[in-house]
Design a protein. Structure first.
Length: 235
């Protein structure tokens, strides 16, 4: 497709690498650009959603924000996959644990993503679609966690459309073995599936919804580097 720049991304064709590591917070993206990329070049600042392209160990890669929630990540990842020829998107984000063995600072490799969103209705499927990550990225992330010695779990997360939920029913998700709650991965996985592209969600536990463990906004911006190490190891 040739309709670039898009309404939300000001880059020209060729400005964005085939692999994009994304985070909800643009300041986390700036941190990755400054601490992981060589010679980063800003390709997007539309609506303050920062995006940079540079190299990591000689390989071209981009980092970009996607905002909060399914609707926001859906727009950005759709445009990246379909208008900018991006082949792989890796989300690095935060999540709330609903598993007693998963604590603040631990990583989650999202093999699948349940959701309470209606996002999949657009595809008019004859049943419920199960959004899953790309297997070689899941396997690579697990291998990297083992090599780095990082604490992690692999499994299902739930992508919620609601942050301040009147009736979250976390016990229901727990009963089905869901590990953590976040707000974006299901839309990422559905967009990747529809476009025939690759996707992975990597999460750091920022708070525990059962024990009350928590982190600050600054810690979430600058100290969640383990998932970044894993993401960049997959380039």
């Amino acid at each position: 497709m040739s309709n670039t720049p898009t309404p939300h991304i000001g880059a020209k064709r060729g400005d964005i690498a085939e692999t994009v590591i994304m985070a909800g917070d643009p300041l986390r993206v700036k941190f990755m650009a400054e601490n992981y990329l060589e010679n980063p070049v800003l390709f997007n600042n539309v609506r303050g959603m920062l995006g940079y392209t540079g190299t990591y160990k000689g390989k071209r890669v981009s980092v970009m924000g996607h905002g909060m929630g399914m609707a926001s990540i859906a727009i950005y990842t759709y445009e990246l996959y379909n208008f900018y020829d991006v082949k792989t998107i890796i989300r690095v984000g935060s999540a709330g644990s609903i598993n007693m063995d998963l604590h603040v600072g631990d990583l989650v490799v999202a093999m699948g993503a349940c959701t309470n969103s209606n996002y999949a209705s657009q595809y008019e499927m004859p049943g419920q679609f199960a959004p899953i990550g790309t297997f070689d990225l899941v396997r690579g992330a697990v291998d990297s966690c083992e090599r780095f010695g990082y604490r992690y779990m692999v499994g299902n997360v739930v992508s919620s459309d609601v942050f301040y939920h009147e009736n979250p029913h976390n016990d229901k998700w727990m009963n089905m073995g869901v590990l953590a709650v976040e707000m974006e991965i299901a839309a990422l996985y559905m967009n990747a599936a529809r476009a025939g592209k690759r996707a992975l969600g990597l999460l750091t536990i920022s708070d525990h919804m059962l024990t009350g463990e928590a982190t600050t906004a600054e810690e979430r911006q600058t100290t969640f580097t383990k998932m970044m190490d894993v993401a960049f190891s997959l380039i």
